[in-house]
Design a protein around this ligand. Structure first.
Ligand SMILES: [Zn+2]
Length: 152
């Protein structure tokens, strides 16, 4: 898979790719934010006699925001199940699922492998690109209907 500057024919393909990059970055830093956030949450709950109310409130807000960020990232990874497809024929494109990789889960699982296999077929070879930090594999042409997705 090559990584080079290409021109996307469809804007939403480019936008989804950007979402994937941002999302993966958030997922990478989340564990480092979640641990302090849990500590802050615990402080807010267990030291309620000691701390002034406004500090506990700030702690709880930080804790809830981190939790929300995690939920949103989780949601944005899974929107590719529904949105990562050809803009013309709605045929699915392949992508990697990495969400729980750092929890020891099955990291980097290829979703829609059968579509990638179609792209890799010798008689119908379709160029694929994947941006650094993006989970999405972008075929040059739609493996289902042949619509051009990006140009050099
Ligand atoms: Zn198509």
């Amino acid at each position: 898979m090559e990584k080079s500057k290409v021109e996307f024919v469809y804007k939403n393909i480019s936008s989804l790719n950007k979402i994937s990059i941002v999302n993966k970055k958030i997922f990478r830093i989340l564990p480092y934010i979640c641990v302090p956030s849990l500590v802050i949450g615990a402080i807010a709950v267990f030291l309620k006699e000691v701390l002034p109310t406004y500090i506990r409130l700030v702690c709880l807000v930080i804790f809830l925001l981190t939790y929300l960020m995690w939920l949103v990232s989780f949601f944005f990874e899974y929107i590719f199940l529904f949105l990562w497809k050809c803009p013309v024929c709605k045929g699915k494109f392949p992508w990697y699922q990495t969400t729980l990789g750092y929890l020891g889960g099955e990291g980097s699982r290829l979703v829609n492998k059968e579509v990638k296999d179609i792209c890799d077929r010798k008689d119908k070879k379709i160029a694929l690109i994947q941006y650094e930090n993006s989970n999405l594999i972008i075929p040059q042409k739609c493996p289902h209907c042949g619509e051009v997705i990006w140009k050099k």
